[in-house]
Design a protein around this ligand. Structure first.
Ligand code: S3P
Length: 428
């Protein structure tokens, strides 16, 4: 799998804050997601030395006070994580900065992060609609108690990054549990964090990490989810090794188990506080149809990136699948509820779009209509719809298929392996 995007973004940001030299083994620079490249370029423009070698990323931490004013506007491309983390990192710098992004990122909400950081003294302006460009003044920050208004790990991380530059300690309370990679990495690197229930960060107890950090990033379970889905529907047995098994990311596996799939995790080890292991999907043993799911708001933050592929699974479940409390899907890389409803209706499925979710009436073993795919440039929709297209009654054209590289450049090569095709041709 490609390296876990969430962990790699954090390693680049948090690593740059240390004074350590950091080595990150990679398969090749081409296997890195475009979102991660956006973070690399952003940090370079702030004066962080990063070298993308053939098999390794090398980075030198510059310490909390080493950032320099960027000479240009920082373009975060398609990456919401890059943009929100930068807002936190840059809010307390002694210089101003401006962030932009591509057309999709420019439609996504930024003001809610600016407003949360304002509680710490940040001065950040957005467009009237609360979107990019984002202008960050760079002001002194003070520690405070913050209750996050949205269950968002990106927002939580923005606050924790800003807290490193604040006068006094900051306490963050979440409205619902979200992925906890930031807290785990901050603890592993000796930042003054107490990640228990409420998260407290004291910048005064920031200590330096080992001189050299070698961090092998586990595989991305959110990318693996697409291959697990393909294997499940094609009834193959699949083993994925070295994949992240962080408990704040594995709710998807529990839902699949409830749907009737047999899964097994082995060889689990923990490095830098992050568990990883091998995951086997025994879809070859699947004897009865997949059971429908009911997902509500409590589960949504722990499943957020897996919801596109779970909606795709729903097409083939034995009955009605219901997803509620998922309004956040409307402000991801595209409006994921509207586009899924439209595409599934075109496939011939019975679907009801709700303001905060969707109802999908599944049919085990069904064939879908072969229709053009419309993913709106959203990488996860492009991947989910491509897998669904394996079950159409003829070929489907997938325009702008390179969109998958935002998180998973090797998606089509891996899908071809699982589907038993010699190759899948992607016109560029
Ligand atoms: C991410 C958090 C999630 C997720 C995104 C990555 C992260 O966003 O959708 O792909 O790495 O923190 P929100 O926290 O805004 O829901």
């Amino acid at each position: 799998m490609p390296p876990d995007k969430s962990i790699l973004h954090r390693l680049l940001f948090l690593g740059s804050l240390t004074t350590s030299s950091i080595r990150i083994p990679i398969a090749s620079p081409q296997s890195l997601s475009h979102d991660v490249i956006a973070t690399v370029l952003a940090l370079e423009s702030l004066g962080v030395p990063i070298d993308l070698a053939e098999r390794e990323i090398n980075m030198q931490g510059i310490g909390r006070h080493g950032y320099r004013a960027p000479s240009h506007v920082i373009n975060c491309a398609n990456s919401g994580t890059t943009a929100r983390f930068l807002m936190g990192l840059l809010a307390g710098q002694p210089f101003p900065s401006t962030l932009t992004g591509d057309a999709s990122l420019s439609r996504r909400p930024m003001k809610r992060v600016a407003e949360v950081l304002a509680n710490m003294g940040a001065s950040i302006e957005t467009e009237d609609r609360g979107t990019m460009p984002v202008a960050i003044m760079g002001t002194p920050l003070h520690g405070t108690n913050i209750k996050l208004p949205v269950a968002s790990a990106q927002m939580k991380t923005a606050v924790l990054l800003a807290a490193l530059f604040a006068d006094g300690s900051t306490t963050v309370r979440e409205s619902a549990r979200t992925r906890d990679h930031t807290e785990r990495m901050m603890a592993a690197f000796g930042f003054g964090i107490e990640p228990l229930g409420e998260i407290t960060l004291d910048p005064e107890t920031f200590s330096d990490v080992p001189e050299e950090i070698i961090y092998e990033i586990p595989g991305d379970l959110s990318s693996a989810a697409f291959m697990i889905a393909a294997a499940a529907l094609l009834k193959r047995r699949l083993t994925i090794s070295g994949v992240s098994l962080n408990p704040s990311r594995t709710r998807f596996l529990e839902i699949l188990t409830l749907m009737g799939l047999e899964l097994e995790a082995d060889d689990i080890i923990e490095e830098w506080n992050e568990p990883r292991g091998s995951l086997t999907i025994y879809a070859d043993r699947l004897s009865s149809p997949l059971q429908p799911f009911h997902i509500d708001g409590r589960d949504v933050p722990l499943l957020i990136d897996e919801l596109p592929i779970l909606m795709m699974f729903a097409l083939f479940a034995n009955g009605e699948c219901v997803l509620r409390g998922a309004g956040e899907l409307r402000v991801k890389e595209a409006d994921r509820i509207a586009l899924v409803a439209r595409q599934f209706q075109a496939f011939g499925a019975d679907v009801q779009e709700l303001e905060d979710g969707i109802i999908i009436r599944g049919e085990a073993g069904r064939q879908l209509n072969s229709v053009p795919i419309e993913h709106g440039g959203d990488h996860r929709l492009a991947m989910a719809f491509s897998i669904a297209s394996l079950f159409c009654d003829g070929p489907c054209e997938i325009p702008n298929a390179e969109a998958v590289a935002v998180s998973y450049p090797d998606f089509f090569e891996h899908l071809a392996l699982i589907a038993g095709f010699d190759s899948i041709e992607v016109a560029r």
